[in-house]
Design a protein around this ligand. Structure first.
Ligand code: ZN
Length: 158
């Protein structure tokens, strides 16, 4: 993983921190074109009550509205945490390319269990069980502890 990729992942963590500052769950994602241009970014917005407002889902819908199929296939989505099944499905349906995540869903489950958080209503399947054609990279151990820390802060155990 080169410096520009790490830079996108750091931005995802920054966005996750912005979500946390706004009282939302700490998840952030960035959509990057084949030439390295950042096209769109977002963070979790579920605090308003719509629990489907995940950044990866928003980016998939943005891509469908604004990119050609060829451009989508060559784009990469960087994200602080591995896509949930809903977002992995949206990514697959829209035909986006590679995914690079900092921490895995398996790590998140471990962390949330340790924090005493009840299990989510959707099974935390790995991306490739939902969208087997998608190239996936992660976790990135050098950055994962920062994501872990954001989740500790969200769940009130600073
Ligand atoms: Zn999701």
């Amino acid at each position: 993983m080169d410096e520009s990729e790490l830079c996108h992942l750091r931005r995802c963590i920054e966005l996750a921190g912005e979500a946390l500052d706004q009282g939302d769950e700490p998840f952030g994602s960035v959509l990057v074109a084949a030439d390295g241009t950042v096209l769109a970014e977002d963070h979790n917005r579920v605090a308003g009550g719509d629990r489907t407002r995940h950044p990866e889902f928003e980016l998939a819908r943005w891509a469908a509205a604004n990119m050609s199929p060829a451009a989508r296939a060559q784009a990469t989505v960087y994200t602080s945490g591995e896509h949930c099944p809903m977002c992995a499905a949206a990514h697959g349906w829209v035909g986006l390319g590679r995914i690079v995540y900092v921490s895995s869903s398996a790590q998140l489950v471990t962390w949330l269990t340790e924090l005493g958080v009840p299990p989510p209503p959707v099974r935390p399947l790995p991306i490739q069980e939902v969208a087997p054609g998608v190239l996936v990279e992660g976790p990135v151990p050098a950055l994962a502890e920062q994501v872990h820390d954001l989740h500790r802060r969200f769940h009130g155990t600073r």
